[in-house]
Design a protein around this ligand. Structure first.
Ligand SMILES: [Zn+2]
Length: 121
């Protein structure tokens, strides 16, 4: 189902599926499979935690590894123990993610301006 959503997002649905090589479809499948939350969703989540609307206990889930006790919220990943989480926090992708999250959240005005719908001031 996610694959279909992603194909419609890429506007691939106007082409028959036979237009794409196996490798293109494989690439799309893995991009969908490994897709994490977007930066603005994580910024919203961090704001909710700061305001107390969301707590650490909301992430507890017996179905995920480690019971959801060791969560990296910026990367939206769950780790099996505190050691694995500590090692993850030293990695490059995590640090890159933190840098992206520290930037100001984009707004609808910014999106309109990019599409050429901005107002002259
Ligand atoms: Zn992380």
């Amino acid at each position: 189902m996610n694959l279909l959503i992603y194909c419609s997002y890429l506007r691939l649905s106007k082409y028959p599926i036979s237009c794409f090589s196996f490798f293109v479809l494989f690439d799309i499948f893995y991009r969908v499979k490994r897709r994490t939350k977007d930066i603005d969703q994580i910024q919203d989540e961090l704001q909710a935690i700061a305001e107390g609307r969301r707590t650490k206990s909301d992430y507890l889930d017996p179905d995920v590894s480690g019971g959801g006790q060791h969560v990296c919220i910026p990367c939206s990943r769950v780790f099996i123990n505190a050691q694995a989480l500590g090692e993850h926090e030293k990695t490059k992708p995590h640090k890159k993610r933190l840098k992206l999250i520290a930037e100001p959240q984009y707004t609808q005005e910014e999106a309109d301006a990019a599409a050429g719908l901005g107002r002259e001031k």
